[in-house]
Design a protein around this ligand. Structure first.
Ligand SMILES: CC(C)(COP(=O)(O)OP(=O)(O)OC[C@H]1O[C@@H](n2cnc3c(N)ncnc32)[C@H](O)[C@@H]1OP(=O)(O)O)[C@@H](O)C(=O)NCCC(=O)NCCS
Length: 197
């Protein structure tokens, strides 16, 4: 299913559900990148497992059993290429954990996530959740810059046994509920220029 589309640098950025043909790109993101990169995003290289286990994990995300467990994966396409993906782990209606990744380095830092941010949050909320959290590594300037650019504030937390590929330790926790979403919408809306005469 397609959730969101917006024009960016002359073509459409589209957010849609993960499909089987997308899996190799996501596996390459986790296994084609250096260990230093994996650490820079707050993950532990040794938690990655093998390409086969990562492939199996993404393929499982395509099944209804995994959806029932609360995992949703969305990809972003641009000119028929997967350029980013987002993951939402829904533990309850009141709590869902979000992650976003632009898969190729040359696409990062060009405003793509900023352009997608409102649509990504709307896509997450369309899953029936009321509160979304991003837990970020304090050293990860790009994700913290993105969230703070949209007016979000963090509190510092310590996670001893994080799930997924995250490393244990200190994280910034950003919470998005109805009020935070209203603020994001306000930031995305073009500012009307008032007449002075
Ligand atoms: C984090 C990530 C999704 C952001 O997407 P992006 O398309 O690169 O972000 P944008 O270009 O829209 O930048 C958004 C803001 O983040 C900040 N930012 C982006 N890259 C930055 C960098 N390298 N250093 C410092 N700040 C940076 C800036 O404040 C920027 O806004 P501005 O350009 O208007 O000042 C992307 O960089 C990425 O996938 N990184 C690797 C994976 C990752 O860290 N994911 C987060 C795990 S939860």
């Amino acid at each position: 299913m397609e959730y969101f589309s917006t024009d960016w640098q002359g073509a459409a950025l589209i957010i849609r559900d993960l499909e089987p043909r997308d899996v190799p790109v996501l596996v390459e993101y986790w296994h084609g990148n250096t260990e230093d990169f994996i650490r820079s995003i707050g993950a532990l290289p040794e938690k990655r497992g093998s390409r086969e286990t990562t492939t199996a994990m993404f393929e499982e995300a395509l099944t209804s059993a995994d959806r029932e467990r609360g995992r949703r994966i969305f990809v972003v396409t641009y000119r028929d290429e997967v350029v980013a993906y987002a993951l939402l782990n829904i533990t309850s209606k009141e709590n869902a954990y979000a992650h976003a990744h632009v898969v190729r380095p040359e696409w990062r830092g060009q405003g793509m996530a900023s352009r997608l941010f409102g649509g990504m949050i709307e896509t997450f909320l369309a899953q029936g959740v009321e509160r979304i959290q991003f837990q970020t590594s304090p050293e990860n300037l790009a994700i913290n810059g993105l969230l703070q650019k949209f007016g979000l504030h963090y509190r510092e937390i310590d996670i001893a046994n994080p799930d997924g590929m995250a490393r244990p330790g200190r994280f910034f926790s950003y919470e998005l509920d109805g009020a935070a979403l209203d603020e994001i919408r306000a930031r995305l809306r073009p500012v009307a220029v008032g007449r002075t005469t």
